[in-house]
Design a protein around this ligand. Structure first.
Ligand code: ADP
Ligand code: MG
Length: 234
């Protein structure tokens, strides 16, 4: 089943269009990676799906429902969570407080969910009373993902989860992404680490200058010489 799709999305921040007729489809339980050069519109696409930016044209559909133009607070209630690239944690709050903020719209008992998030990221459990501002980049990224997971989303949108991390932490975050996916969460991952992102992806999309260039199975894109030359650094 297609759980999330965009059709013919045209969007921009001013009167200038940044995205032009962009389409993307995510099947249930799938990892979809979106790659492309800096400025291609990858972050803009996630912002449009999450309702931060209203498209000028086109549709976003989630589980057969048209959610185009809904605000983020409505979209998050439907089961889509978003981890922006920057400012995705509250540095002056503790780990536990950050995770609790993630559960802000839940009025049920979320203690079991909190336990599951700590099981996924045991290092966060050990330091739950520590302020997030004191953590390393990799640990902060775990807090950001954990916060988004507190609502038990069906789809998780991740903007550059590996940005700025040392290589060993990049692998660790990618492993965590696979673990999250294995629990049944579908994901759209935007990454400049295109090779790593395509390795985990069931399906990949290449965006350039705000347009769809190509999409295929992750492994097929990795094996594509032109993709390798243009987007994977040879
Ligand atoms: N808040 C903004 N206001 C105006 N233009 C923006 C804003 N954010 C991004 N852009 C422009 O939109 C284009 C696509 O940016 P972005 O979606 O961030 O690309 P990517 O994530 O692929 O690097 C770029 O030309 C960028 O300068
Ligand atoms: Mg970006």
């Amino acid at each position: 089943m297609i759980i999330l799709k965009t059709e013919d999305i045209t969007a921009g921040y001013t009167e200038i269009d940044i995205l032009h007729d962009v389409h993307i489809r995510v099947r249930s339980g799938e990892i979809v990676s979106v790659i492309g050069p800096n400025g291609a519109g990858k972050s803009t696409l996630l912002k449009t799906i999450f309702g931060i930016l209203k498209p000028r044209n086109g549709n976003v559909t989630f589980r057969h429902e048209d959610i185009t133009g809904l605000k983020p607070d409505r979209i998050v209630r439907k089961g889509i969570s978003y981890v922006p690239q920057v400012d995705n944690v509250f540095p002056s709050l503790t780990i536990q407080e950050n995770l609790e903020m993630g559960a802000f719209i839940r009025n049920d008992d979320y203690s079991q969910r909190l336990d599951e998030v700590y099981d996924l990221f045991p290092v966060l459990r050990e330091r739950k009373k520590q302020k997030v501002g004191q953590l390393s980049g990799g640990q902060r990224q775990m807090v950001a993902m954990g916060r988004a997971l507190m609502l038990d989303p069906q789809v998780l949108l991740l903007d550059e989860p590996s940005a700025g991390l040392a290589p060993v932490l990049v692998s660790m975050i990618f492993e965590k992404i696979k673990e999250i996916n294995a629990t049944g969460v579908a994901m759209i991952i935007v990454e400049q680490n295109a090779r790593g992102a395509l390795k985990m992806a069931h399906h990949g999309y290449v965006l350039a200058m705000g347009r769809n260039v190509l999409d295929d199975k992750g492994e097929a894109l990795l094996a594509n010489e032109e993709v390798a030359r243009l987007y994977l650094g040879g």
